[in-house]
Design a protein around this ligand. Structure first.
Ligand SMILES: [Mg+2]
Length: 288
């Protein structure tokens, strides 16, 4: 029996699916080389490649669809590792990921009353309504919003959270509320340029009250100052400045969650990865 056979039928079935290109996203180099090494029976090298996948957060990319599903990525990882897929282990894996999110995961800015999360800072600006605009797996989004304290902050500020599978659908809901509210100034922030474009496009259809619109791409916490992007601090300063200059304005802020309000990649790459490594017994020693 070669080491691939020892891994059992699920892995063989999985490798077969890969061979048939049913997981196109798995073409990313490390995940793919781990499969090739497993196929070649080089278990130790395969484990090192898997460790690399974990460490670099590529486990997050082990999925079929664009949507992130807890179990989809994790089951693939477990299959890669030849681990038994049982409810106990899945539960621990889920906890390892979700416990990585805490208040510390929120992106921070400096305000006149000290260091605050960007979300709290914006919520503290008077007469400003906040909308969180996010897409993805509803369960996972809700857990992140809860664990980081973001759900509470938004609730206390009487803001609203919109989670949708398709971000444009969430936007349509938000904008209809914004128009009903007769807001006069709108700020939008997202770390993805496409979302900013969608926001601007949807805003261009029939807004009468909005006198000022400012939609900006925020540099995500993991990248250093890309061109034309705003830092979270610059965005906060912009909203505050606008508040001070327009005393009677009804300001609405539409904020993306992952990569703007929350340093999601930081949590998943840092603590999340270490917890998974420990749990899945891919020794830290192999991860330089
Ligand atoms: Mg984002």
């Amino acid at each position: 029996m070669n080491s691939l056979e020892k891994l059992g039928r699920p892995v063989n079935r999985f490798l077969q699916q890969i061979a048939e290109s049913r997981f196109p996203d798995l073409k990313q180099p490390d995940g793919h080389s781990a499969f090739l090494l497993l196929q070649a029976g080089k278990r130790e090298k395969a484990e090192a490649a898997i460790a690399k996948v974990l460490r670099e957060k590529n486990w997050y990319a082990l999925r079929n669809k664009k949507e992130f599903l807890f179990y989809d990525s994790i089951i693939k990882l477990m299959l890669l590792l030849g681990l038994p897929i049982n409810p106990e282990l899945l539960k621990s894996v889920k906890e390892a990921i979700t416990n990585s999110f805490s208040k510390e995961s929120l992106v921070r800015v400096t305000t006149s009353s000290g260091d605050l999360s960007l979300l709290e800072a914006i919520c503290a600006i008077p007469n400003t309504t906040i909308y969180i605009w996010t897409e993805g797996n509803k369960e996972f989004q809700e857990i992140k919003l809860e664990r980081t304290g973001a759900a509470n902050i938004v609730e206390n500020a009487k803001g609203k959270i919109h989670i949708a599978k398709d971000k444009v659908l969430a936007l349509v809901e938000i904008l209809s509320a914004v128009f009903d509210d007769e807001a006069t100034i709108l700020f939008g922030a997202d770390d993805k340029l496409k979302n900013i474009r969608d926001l601007k496009k949807n805003l261009s259809d029939g807004i009468e009250n909005l006198g000022q619109i400012c939609c900006v791409q925020i540099q995500s916490p993991r990248t250093n100052g890309e061109e034309k992007t705003h830092s979270p601090q610059a965005f906060y300063d912009l909203v505050l400045e606008s508040r001070n200059a327009n005393a009677d304005a009804k300001i609405v802020v539409v904020l993306d969650f992952d990569g703007v309000v929350c340093d999601t990649d930081g949590a998943l790459q840092g603590e999340g990865t270490m917890r998974l490594l420990n749990l899945l017994n891919v020794g830290a020693a192999k991860v330089e």
